[in-house]
Design a protein around this ligand. Structure first.
Ligand SMILES: NC(=O)c1ccc[n+]([C@@H]2O[C@H](COP(=O)([O-])OP(=O)(O)OC[C@H]3O[C@@H](n4cnc5c(N)ncnc54)[C@H](OP(=O)(O)O)[C@@H]3O)[C@@H](O)[C@H]2O)c1
Length: 236
C-alpha cells in the first residue's frame, strides 16, 4: 500500500462565507420602480455604480422617474425592464404581486428575481402580517415563476433613508433567502455594494414568511421611536 492509498482524499478548503461574486457588470431591473422602495433601491444601486432600469405599468412614468433619479438609471415598462435586466427586484405592493408576476412569466424566465414584498395588513391597531396561501410573497413568486431563480431580500430597508441624498451610508444587514446558494450570493453581493449594508444568507424560501412579517414589528418600532429602524445580525 502506498502513502497515497492510506490517506483519505484531501477535502477542499472551506469557502469563506464572505467571499462574494463581482456583480458590478449586471443590469438590475426594479418592477414597480416608480414607488418609494423601488426608487430608493434604484437610487442607491445606481449611486454604487450599478446599471439600473426601473419598470412601471406605464413606460412614460418610468422614464420620468428615471430622469429624476439621474445618471445610471433608465425607465421602461415592466416587461421591457424584466427582459433587459439580469437581476429583477420585485417592488410592487402585495395587492399587485401575483398579477404582475403572472403577466411577466416569460420575460422573467431564467432571470434572478429578488422579491422584497411584505404582505401586510393595516387596521387601527397598526400593521400586521398577512399569511399568503403559498406561505410568503417569495414562495408565491417561486410558484408563479417556475422558470426563474427566485430569491427574497431587501424587506427591512427604509425607503426614506434610501432616498435621502444626504445619507452616505445605511448601516443595516440585508437578509437574503433562496434555494440556490450561488443565487443568494449574487444578491448578497448586490446588497453589499451599498455603503453600510451587508448581505447575509438567511435560509430557504420556506422561511421567508417571518422575514417578510418582521416589517410589521419594525413599523411599530418606527412609530414609537420616530425612527427608520433596520436590522443588524450580531456575531457574524
Ligand atoms: N416603502 C418601504 O419602505 C418598503 C421597504 C421594504 C419593502 N417594501 C415593499 O416594497 C413594495 C413596494 O413598496 P412601495 O412603498 O414602494 O409601494 P408603492 O409606492 O405603493 O408602489 C410601488 C409601485 O408599484 C406600482 N403599483 C402600484 N399598484 C400596483 C398594482 N396593483 N399592480 C402592479 N403595480 C402596482 C406603482 O408603479 P406604476 O404605477 O408606475 O406601475 C407604484 O409606484 C411593497 O410590497 C412593500 O412591502 C417597501
Amino acid at each position: 500500500m502506498t502513502a497515497t492509498d492510506s490517506q483519505p482524499p484531501a477535502k477542499p478548503a472551506p469557502k469563506d462565507p464572505w467571499t462574494l461574486p463581482d456583480v458590478s457588470g449586471l443590469v438590475v431591473g426594479v418592477l414597480g420602480g416608480t414607488g418609494d422602495q423601488g426608487r430608493g433601491l434604484a437610487y442607491r444601486l445606481a449611486r454604487a455604480g450599478q446599471k439600473v432600469i426601473i419598470g412601471s405599468r406605464t413606460a412614460e412614468r418610468a422614464r420620468t422617474a428615471a430622469e429624476e433619479l439621474g445618471e445610471g438609471v433608465e425607465g421602461a415598462d415592466n416587461a421591457e425592464c424584466a427582459r433587459r435586466s439580469d437581476i429583477v427586484i420585485v417592488a410592487v405592493p402585495w395587492e399587485g404581486h401575483a398579477d404582475t408576476l403572472r403577466s411577466l412569466r416569460e420575460e422573467l424566465a431564467g432571470k434572478l428575481v429578488v422579491d422584497c414584498v411584505n404582505p401586510l395588513g393595516f387596521d387601527k391597531k397598526g400593521a400586521y402580517a398577512l399569511r399568503p396561501e403559498e406561505g410568503s410573497a417569495a414562495e408565491q413568486a417561486a410558484a408563479l415563476l417556475p422558470d426563474s431563480r427566485v430569491t427574497a431580500a431587501f424587506h427591512h430597508l427604509s425607503a426614506v433613508l434610501l432616498r435621502d441624498p444626504e445619507i452616505k451610508e445605511i448601516s443595516t444587514d440585508v437578509m437574503v433567502l433562496g434555494e440556490v446558494r450561488a443565487d443568494c450570493e449574487i444578491v448578497q453581493a448586490l446588497a453589499s455594494r451599498i455603503p453600510g449594508m451587508r448581505g447575509v444568507f438567511a435560509g430557504r424560501l420556506r422561511n421567508a414568511h417571518q422575514v417578510e412579517s418582521l416589517v410589521a414589528n419594525l413599523i411599530s418600532v418606527n412609530r414609537r421611536y420616530k425612527a427608520h429602524a433596520g436590522v443588524r445580525l450580531t456575531d457574524i
